[in-house]
Every structure is written in C-alpha cells, then in structure tokens.
Design a protein around this ligand. Structure first.
Ligand code: NAP
Length: 313
C-alpha cells in the first residue's frame, strides 16, 4: 500500500469516487461508498441495476473527471490496461485514461501488474491492491473452498467422506480448503514448505507432506503422496504439478487448481497423461456473488479510509 498526498487534507464527504467495471459485487461496493463520498459514479454497468444513490455514467472520461478514488474489480487491469466489464468478454480501456487522473488519485484494485504499478507511480497516483489484504483474503477463502467443494462433488464419482484429498499450499485458501474437506470426513494431506504451516495442518488432523523445494530430494514425500490420492487441490501460485509429478498421479485423480491463472499445473501435460485438471479462478464471484460482494463492501471502504487518512476520517 502506498500513500501520498494531495487528497489527505480533504474530507471524504467532499470527494468523488468512481467504480469501474466488474460485476454485481462492484455495484454493491458503489452503493456502500455512496454513504461516505459526495458522489459515486458507476461505469460499465446496467442503468437499471444502479442503486439510487449512485450515478450511472456513460462516458469513461466523464466518469473519471474530478474523482479522487477509482475502484476497479478484483481482477484489476490486465497487461493491456483493460478492465473486465459487466458482460462476458466486455473490456474497458482504463489504462489509456490513467494520465487524465490528477496526481494523488487513489486507484483501488484487486491487483495490478508491476508495469501498471510503475506507471501509477510515475503519474503520482496512489495504489491499493486489495486482493492481498489479509482480512479480505481470509473471508474470500470461504466461498473459494465451497466452490472447490462444488466442483469436487460434481466431478468425482465417490463421496468426499472417505476420500483422500491432497491440499498443496497452506496459506489463507489452503487452510480453509483443508478444514472444509476434513469436516466432511475426507482424509486430508497438506503439502507445504513451512514447518509452522505443517504443524497447524497436523493440529487440524491433517497429514503433513513437507515440500523442500531447494533440496534435491525435497519433492520425494509429495511424489509418494500422490499415488493414493483421489483429489488434489492446488493453492500454490507456482508450477508445482509439473510433468514429473503428473507422471506419478493415477489417471482417475481429479486436480482442482485454485491458484490464480495460469495456476500451478502443467495443463497440457495433464491432458497427455489423461488426468482431469480444472483451473478454477474467481470462485467467490461465481459461487456466492452476494457473499463475495458483502466481503468487498466490508473491506474496500476501510482500505480507502486507511489509505487516504491512515485509518481516520
Ligand atoms: P497465500 O496465503 O499467500 O498462500 C499461498 C501458499 O502457497 C502458502 O502456503 C505459500 O507458502 C505457498 N507457496 C507460494 N509459493 C510457493 C512456492 N514457490 N513453492 C511452494 N509453496 C509456495 O495465498 P492464498 O490467499 O491462500 O491464495 C492462494 C492462491 O489462490 C493465489 O494464487 C490466489 O490468487 C488464489 N485465489 C484463488 C481464488 C479462486 O477463486 N480460485 C480465490 C482466492 C485466491 P509460504 O507460506 O511458505 O510462502
């Protein structure tokens, strides 16, 4: 999170904010912000879905005029500066409008590429990347784990109860996933590189698979572990399920990859080994849009206040 200052002397109730693109979650965020800001403009959304307190705007330049805060969806903007629109496939060219924003404007996005962060810094725009916020990530891990469960129920020919599930990574998502499948009676194994994470997994009743990536024999435990696993759920945002590991995975095993695209699986190799591997991004918005919207409503206004005023109005 970066701070910097032209706006910090103004009261939030004197400021204008813009919410650009995304889905119904962003509409909920715009409505929440309307309680605090003088004006909230919503761009890239259907007029009929726009809350009464929010201004639905038709031109991006008009939307960005005089705003001091711009909120983007959790996907942020891609390398080309495009923001995901309301309709599938629709994109909004926000990147090319960055230089119309005043210095000190706060861009609140799920994530931004290093190139766009650099560009914002050059234009003296503040940035907040809310996907990395711990509170939001932990709250979002619940619909993410439920989404993984939904896929597993749809795709597996056996019950979760009594099945063997291997969870790769034990951060905010991995922990909730392990807990969720454990609660349904699965035998859950957790592969992680930190001993404290493995200790927590053991405390939850899971089996521990240490990953010592730097060591020549560091993947031995994982290599052995996949042989008797029905479901592998990956949360590690690095290539972990590579062709060497896939060669050891029985063909009836299902892989659900939750890590952000491109995921941690060699999907081409998985096809060649006839292993079903599903990359499942954006689950909170897909399986529980209302809850996911409520999570953003709970966290984004706080992040904006913290960023503008260091936590005080
Ligand atoms: P996190 O809290 O940072 O946890 C990541 C886990 O992966 C940690 O256990 C971390 O280990 C491990 N890890 C990272 N790099 C590794 C590497 N090179 N080798 C081995 N282990 C590594 O992240 P999170 O919030 O759980 O999110 C996990 C992923 O899911 C992210 O890509 C996130 O964007 C994505 N996500 C997806 C959805 C969805 O709907 N599919 C929803 C939310 C999040 P250390 O602790 O040792 O670093």
């Amino acid at each position: 999170m970066k701070r910097g200052g032209d706006v910090s002397v103004e009261r939030i109730s004197d400021l204008q904010a813009a919410v650009i693109g995304g889905d119904t979650r962003q509409v909920a965020v715009a409505e929440a912000l309307a309680n605090e800001f003088k004006t909230v403009k919503l761009y890239g959304h259907i007029a009929a879905e726009t809350p009464a307190a929010v201004l639905n705007t038709a031109s991006l330049i008009e939307t960005l005029s005089e705003v001091r805060v711009v909120v983007l969806p959790i996907s942020g903007m891609n390398r080309a500066g495009m923001v995901r629109g309301r309709k599938i496939g629709e994109e909004i060219d926000f990147g090319s409008c960055l230089n119309t924003l005043s210095a000190g404007t706060l861009i609140v996005a799920g994530s931004l590429t290093p190139e766009w962060l650099q560009k914002c810094s050059e234009l003296r725009l503040q940035t907040v990347q809310y996907a990395e916020d711990d509170e939001l990530a932990i709250l979002n891990s619940v619909p993410t784990a439920e989404g993984a469960l939904q896929i597993a129920l749809e795709e597996m020919p056996i019950t979760i109860h009594g099945s063997t599930v291997l969870v790769l990574g034990f951060g905010r998502v991995g922990m909730t996933v392990a807990r969720t499948f454990k609660a349904l009676g699965a035998r859950v194994k957790v592969a992680a590189r930190r001993n404290d994470a493995l200790a927590r997994a053991w405390e939850l009743g899971c089996e521990r698979i240490p990953l010592e990536i730097a060591s020549p024999h560091g993947m031995e435990a994982l290599n052995k572990s996949v042989a008797d696993t029905d479901l592998i759920i990956n949360t590690i945002p690095a290539l972990i399920i590579d062709s060497a590991l896939l060669a050891r995975i029985p063909s009836g095993t299902l892989i659900i990859d939750l890590a952000s695209p491109p995921g941690g699986t060699d999907f081409e190799a998985a096809k060649q080994f006839h292993i079903q591997a599903i990359l499942a991004p954006g689950l909170p918005g897909k399986v529980a849009p209302q809850t996911a919207g409520a999570i953003l409503v709970e966290t984004i206004p706080r992040l904006i206040r913290n960023s503008l005023y260091g936590g005080e109005r």
